[in-house]
Design a protein around this ligand. Sequence first.
Ligand code: AMP
Ligand code: MG
Length: 309
Amino acid sequence: MPDTEGFVRAAHVLGAGGLVSFPTETVYGLGADARQDAAVARIFEAKQRPTFNPLIVHVADIDAAKRYVIWTDLADRLATAFWPGPLTLVLPLRQDAGLSPLVTADLPTLAIRVPAHPVAQRLLAEFDGPVAAPSANPSGKISPTQAQHVIDGLTGRIEAVVDGGACGVGVESTILGLGDAPTLLRPGGLPQEALEIALGGPLATRSEADPLTAPGQMLSHYAPGATVRLNATETSDHERLLGFGNVEGATLNLSPAADLVEAAANLFLHLHALDAQSDAPIAVSPVPDIGLGRAINDRLRRAAAPRDH
Ligand code: AMP
Ligand code: MG
């Protein structure tokens, strides 16, 4: 945990329009003052992120969120249950929000969340403003779950990294659209089942074919240099196995005990390690599609998707 002076300096860099990477419980974020066009533009430049892909705004608490989105009873119920935590709510943007239009890619809605990580909380309290923060990795590459991953991917493009150790959850937030019906826009660190219990019924899920409800959910993403093959129950000689559960011959194992929470925390960590090791193809053991397994499988499918570069 950085000292008080470290937080003051990091908040100052944000206020001056700089880019500060900081840990959240999901992955490391790349933060900028969401009200400053030039600062937000630098996020897209540093990540080489397409500008039609909107950003999530991070705020300190529910009261802060209400300044930027039109709040509803349902938003209040979910935020009270799950914030701070790995849930992003997409709500109508307030006309007087004062955010850079680059944040929302000009959409009439805003994705917003309150992160739980103590370092993120301290930084947001010190900065006292909205922080736009996507994951702190070059666009399309593996998300960072340690400060070193951020340094490896973005050195020379950002002003600072606040080091808060490894991220506990390890996959990005669950994104829930709160339009007509609550809709799961991206599976993530809060299991769908937990949301369904809170909502008292099944969630609608986004259709892959609907770019309007989920802008920027590119198929190829989180990609290591090597090719990735999913649901591998056996491997060939040249492949490296990223195991799950009690499997033999794994180069690395997401969770030998088949624990999905542990597997989520290890997912990007192990992909980074395999990426640093060689370009030999990666085969991945099947991961059950329940709880955090849905987010893990979503990220693995994107890591395995055909690349456009
Ligand atoms: P990242 O910050 O890299 O985790 O990506 C944020 C993701 O949030 C984007 O790729 C979008 O899919 C989603 N998102 C952000 N803003 C909105 C919005 N207004 N409506 C729907 N999805 C959004
Ligand atoms: Mg990302």
